[in-house]
Design a binder for this molecule. Structure first.
Ligand code: SF4
Ligand code: SF4
Length: 163
């Protein structure tokens, strides 16, 4: 009898407990701050340009070779508004091939790339997740806004590293 009452108590307690699940895709649960979604490029709001200088270090180190980029002379540097002599021109990541390993983030000397919280990009086409510079920057801005992200190295690049 006592055990039955105990069992009933557990059942009632569980019934009154707030649900820990959500009706996806109508509802979305917040992701943890350290959650690693797809890589994204960060935006320098002070200078109004990407942090990425197109140095190719991340591209050379990506194990799945899913990234490409080109750089160009930075017009804002010529105007004296930016310390970056070069700036990214084209950047593309095939997120369908990205394995979310974070190596690109680890090797970047300019805090230009982060593992964002973006994770809902399913497509029907095999190559449907090729994202360009603009899309990567939008994902980065969203991540910066959501997390209050601040650069750690951009103000003082590692010794021997020049933008
Ligand atoms: S390593 Fe950083 S600065 Fe260099 S291309 Fe990659 S994201 Fe841009
Ligand atoms: S997370 Fe890994 S696989 Fe994805 S782009 Fe970066 S280095 Fe490449």
């Amino acid at each position: 009898m006592l055990n039955s009452l105990k069992g009933l108590g557990v059942t009632l307690k569980t019934m009154l407990r707030k649900p820990v699940t959500a009706q996806y895709p109508k509802e979305h649960l917040p992701v943890n701050r350290r959650y690693m979604g797809f890589p994204a490029l960060t935006w320098d709001f002070q200078v109004q340009e990407p942090y990425c200088v197109g140095c190719m270090v991340c591209i050379r180190n990506c194990p799945t070779q899913c990234m490409t980029a080109t750089l160009k002379d930075n017009p804002l540097h010529k105007e004296g508004k930016s310390t970056r002599r070069k700036i990214v021109d084209i950047f593309e990541v095939n997120l369908g091939r990205c394995i979310l390993c974070e190596i690109c983030v680890e090797v970047c000397n300019f805090d230009a790339i982060v593992m964002s919280h973006e994770h809902e990009l399913s497509k029907y086409e095999r190559n449907g997740n090729r994202v360009d510079l603009q899309a990567l920057l939008e994902m980065g801005k969203q991540y910066q806004e959501d997390t209050g992200w601040e650069p750690e190295q951009a103000a003082a690049p590692k010794e021997g590293v020049q933008a």
